[in-house]
Design a protein. Structure first.
Length: 275
């Protein structure tokens, strides 16, 4: 486990704060928010070793939870958001809870067992989101956060979207991109792509744009991508209208958080409401 970012108060009363954690196969990112005024006071990004297998994730999580002081706290509110690719969006009219596991096995296989299947209701878009979490990972999280609210990243991205603008969004992690497109206010496509090189990333974004049918689709970037990087330059070869995501405007942030580019943590903070 490698610590990428760690910005937390040295001393604080845990009863005054809420914790949100976003879990992916790449690592876990956490935000600490003061309940009284909605101010974000801390953020941490912890990355699994690159050779950590899916079957070993629960061990890596246990080690982190047992060793880092953040996870020894008993916060009054905690939230887990899963950024896991094994997800299927099903319209209300086609949903059958008894077939959720079969649909996921059909789409993603059952190499690692059936896992634990959860379902979110996305009322705003009339979808159910069926997704699968490795059983041992789910068990560790339930033990660590027995009272946490839990949902999938896709559910949050669709549910919070209100703009009618045609746009593509890309959230960059260490080895994956979460890409989604909204056309006339409706989710046209949402998927997760693994990549090894800047050329891979540009290829997937081009393929998604072609699928959308909008030639001049604007692109908004967030996550760990630098404007001065080869990755950005490769994407900019094919996309002329690129912006970086801003931090949620209704929130307040500690100065140390604001010292970093806003798009680094914009997705993480957007997963929680700010009043």
């Amino acid at each position: 486990m490698r610590t990428v970012f760690e910005i937390f108060p040295k001393v604080y009363n845990e009863e005054d704060y809420s914790l949100l954690c976003e879990l992916s196969y790449e690592g876990i990112s956490c935000s600490l928010k003061k309940i009284s005024d909605g101010k974000y006071c801390g953020v941490g990004v912890f990355q699994f070793d690159k050779n950590t297998s899916k079957t070993g994730l629960h061990v890596a999580l246990q080690i982190l939870f047992n060793s880092h002081p953040l996870f020894s706290k008993n916060f009054p509110k905690s939230t887990i958001v899963y950024s896991i690719p094994e997800s299927v969006l099903v319209p209300f009219s086609l949903f059958d809870s008894e077939n959720s596991s079969n649909i996921l096995n059909l789409m993603y296989g059952d190499l690692y067992g059936n896992g634990h299947v959860n379902t979110d209701i996305i009322t705003e878009a009339s979808y159910y989101n069926c997704y699968r979490i490795p059983a041992e990972v789910s068990k560790v999280l339930d033990q660590q956060f027995p009272n946490a609210n839990k949902w999938h990243q896709y559910s949050a991205l669709i549910g919070r979207h209100s703009s009618k603008e045609n746009k593509m969004y890309a959230i960059f992690y260490s080895y994956k991109i979460v890409v989604y497109v909204f056309i006339e206010g409706k989710c046209h496509l949402m998927n997760t792509f693994s990549f090894q090189s800047p050329e891979d990333a540009a290829y997937y974004l081009l393929a998604v744009r072609a699928h959308s049918g909008v030639a001049d689709l604007p692109l908004e970037l967030s996550g760990f991508i630098e404007k001065s990087s080869y990755l950005y330059n490769e994407i900019h070869r094919y996309f002329s209208d690129i912006t970086f995501a801003a931090l949620p405007p209704l929130c307040e942030y500690e100065e140390q958080i604001l010292s970093y580019p806003s798009h680094y943590f914009s997705n993480l903070f957007s997963l929680d409401t700010c009043g």
